[in-house]
Design a protein around this ligand. Structure first.
Ligand code: WT7
Length: 639
């Protein structure tokens, strides 16, 4: 239920959440169905780190997403699916229907040997069965690890390995724009190196040719026929794992971020309802605080987990899922869908806004967009120009924009306006939600007090959605988030707090870049480039890009026999595509004979970043370099 109805409420609750966090969160948790209530609300230290919420509580998140709503909203639409091809039929599921689908598939999982605690990899296109598969895992207590369908076999097999998955759920293929993506063959390739996987369940979507391995591969539609739609929920401890989701870090290997059942549930529901001001109790649907919610993110990312599936369903909302891309069949597709389904709340990414803005207003004009009530933005800083374009042309100056700052590791929104309540400022994520205690630190770890300060964004107190560990590697979790500054959670972002106490995220301060809203590790991209047999070494940095936010600039050293040529660059691009996926494709490749290194062999990325940005008059001190001449060569060859 919405608890913040005015700015006064916001201030009061913020104060309460700091004075007495246990009481604050206990109130929120009490709104759910628990098989057994918790014995203790919170235990924590950021040293280990060791954070536990609702200790001893027992629940199942799908009982709260589905069963709990059946009394009041069995016939309300839970999920609307809009296909890639606008001429294909829309699919809708009421809460009752979605409940049945999830139970059916949960039974399929059990029939195929899945049980509580197993890790199940989901590699699927954006079809309702993806959401159903996620929820079915949660229902039987299996830990889902969704891998974005744009990742290649190599990234997929790394993730399956890391989590020791024993089952994979996939589809023959997926439709995205004018492309058919062959998912099953990517799975086949990945599984050559994944002996732990015993079963693959395959959904038929594109009807492309696939090979089915006897004893391992089964069809979704065959398996469904063997089961009923009765499936009791598995009772989970509040701190049992709900899912693993991989995110890029500054080393080459992605981190398996772990979220747990109780805290994640409470946090996603609370943030969804309050930030977007969504109140399903104000039925009939269409009331001023309910309606159709559309989050454009893929379920392969945390935004899809928290605000396409779990948050909205926990709130009893109607959530819309779109299979395709914003520019197919043309750049008006988003706006067409908003009118077609009378979408009330629309949540998307700055990169999408910028690319649609660049296509011109002719794609917007044919649509009324008068159902919209709230607009959201997520994934990277939204520049003022894109913010204003969105506000004016999509929201018609009538819809508040919630610029929501958060991360895979935070589980849900942390710093954001409350729609219609917080006075917004373009480019600012504004204020922390009640329950969130951000601080800005200088490089020595001193808290910067007061306003008009800029530093590293950290959190000094836990919230229920916080990352618990990185899968099978707690040391990495500690190292990445809890070691830079002792007793703080470090976000990796730089941030400014202005004269009004409003927060503005300035961007990453580590070796990851946000490319079209996707977080990519530069080391991960370098590893993919280095898979090319003729490449000796590479260094990847980001450069400001008008549409994508950041673009990928790769400096590459080939072995002596290979000369700088378009052919070589094409091969490099193809290699990245193959080993990582198209999202990591370099925008610019510069062939070089050496890289600027310190005497200890460390690449001076600061210099490479400046060259990529064209800021060559200001390269700083290069005298400590092993071979300063190499810088000159690189500057001359800049692409
Ligand atoms: C990083 C987290 C948030 C879920 C999707 C991305 C950047 C995210 C904003 C925003 C400025 C933002 C940060 C953050 N970021 N939202 N509203 N304003 N920057 O999750 O892939 O884990 O990325 O995205 O740099 O650390 P993620």
């Amino acid at each position: 239920m919405i608890s913040i109805n005015s700015f006064e409420d916001y201030k009061k609750q913020y104060a309460l959440s700091v004075q007495n966090p246990e009481q604050f969160w206990e109130d929120k948790a009490n709104q759910f169905v628990w098989k057994k209530k918790w014995d203790k609300v919170l235990e924590w230290n950021f040293e280990e780190p060791d954070v536990k919420w609702f200790l001893g509580g027992k629940l199942n998140i799908t009982e709260n997403c589905l069963d709990r709503h059946l009394k009041e909203r069995a016939h309300q639409t839970a999920l609307i699916w809009e296909p890639n091809n606008p001429n294909e039929a829309v699919r809708k599921f009421t809460y009752k229907e979605l409940h049945s689908e999830v139970c059916w598939f949960a039974n399929v999982l059990k029939n195929n040997g899945a049980k509580k605690g197993d890790r199940i990899c989901i590699y699927m296109p954006m079809v309702p069965e993806l959401a159903i598969a996620v929820l079915a895992c949660a229902r039987i207590g299996a830990i889902h690890s969704v891998v974005f369908g744009g990742f290649s076999f190599n990234s997929l097999s790394d993730r399956i390995h890391d989590a020791d998955c024993n089952l994979v759920i996939t589809a023959d293929g997926g439709f995205r724009g004018s492309k058919d993506i062959p998912l099953k063959s990517v799975v086949d390739e990945a599984l050559k190196t994944c002996p732990t996987v015993k079963k693959v369940i395959v959904l038929e979507r594109t009807k492309c040719n696939v090979t089915m391995l006897a004893d391992r591969d089964v069809w979704w539609h065959d398996e469904i026929k063997k089961v009923s739609d009765k499936c009791e929920v598995e009772i989970m401890d509040a701190e049992d794992m709900l899912f693993i989701l991989y995110t890029s870090g500054s080393t080459g290997k992605p981190k398996g971020v772990v979220h747990t059942c109780g805290g994640y549930m409470v946090y996603t529901a609370y943030t969804f309802e309050n930030v977007f001001q969504y109140d399903a109790t104000s039925l009939p649907l269409g009331g001023t605080k309910s309606g159709i919610f559309w989050c454009t993110a893929d379920i392969g990312w945390i935004t899809g987990h928290s605000y396409l599936v779990y948050g909205p369903l926990l709130a009893g909302a109607t959530t819309l899922m779109f299979e395709g891309i914003p520019t197919y069949p043309d750049a008006g597709r988003f706006w067409k869908i908003i009118d077609k389904h009378s979408v009330n709340i629309f949540y998307t990414a700055p990169t999408a806004i910028r690319s649609l803005e660049a296509m011109g207003l002719d794609f917007v004009k044919p649509y009324k967009l008068n159902s919209l009530r709230v607009l959201g933005s997520v994934g990277e800083p939204i520049n003022v120009e894109a913010w204003e374009w969105y506000y004016k042309n999509i929201g018609k100056e009538n819809c508040p924009i919630v610029d929501t700052w958060w991360q895979t590791e935070t589980g849900g929104i942390m710093i954001s306006p409350i729609a219609g309540i917080t006075v917004t400022k373009p480019g600012f994520a504004t204020l922390p939600l009640p329950g969130v205690q951000p601080v800005l630190l200088d490089e020595h770890g001193n808290e910067l007090l007061g306003n008009n300060v800029e530093g590293r964004l950290c959190m000094k107190f836990p919230w229920p959605g916080i990352i618990r560990t990185t899968y099978k590697n707690h040391a990495r979790c500690k190292e990445a988030y809890f070691s830079t500054f002792k007793n703080y959670y470090f976000t990796g972002d730089g941030c400014r707090r202005d004269a009004d106490g409003y927060y503005r995220i300035t961007g990453r301060v580590d070796d990851v870049i946000k490319v079209s809203g996707h977080l990519l590790g530069t080391a991960e991209i370098e590893n993919a480039i280095n898979e090319h047999p003729d490449i000796v070494e590479s260094a990847v940095v980001g450069f400001a890009h008008e549409i994508k936010g950041w673009g990928i600039y790769a400096y590459v050293i080939p072995d002596r026999e290979r000369k700088d040529s378009d052919e070589l660059k094409k091969e490099i691009t193809a290699t990245v595509n193959k080993f990582m996926g198209a999202i990591a494709k370099p925008d610019k490749i510069q062939i070089v004979s050496g890289l600027p290194k310190t005497r200890s062999g460390k690449i001076m990325r600061r210099i490479l970043r400046k060259i990529a940005e064209g800021d060559i008059n200001n390269l700083g001190d290069t005298s400590t370099l092993l071979d300063p001449a190499v810088v000159e060569e690189i500057v001359k060859g800049k692409v």
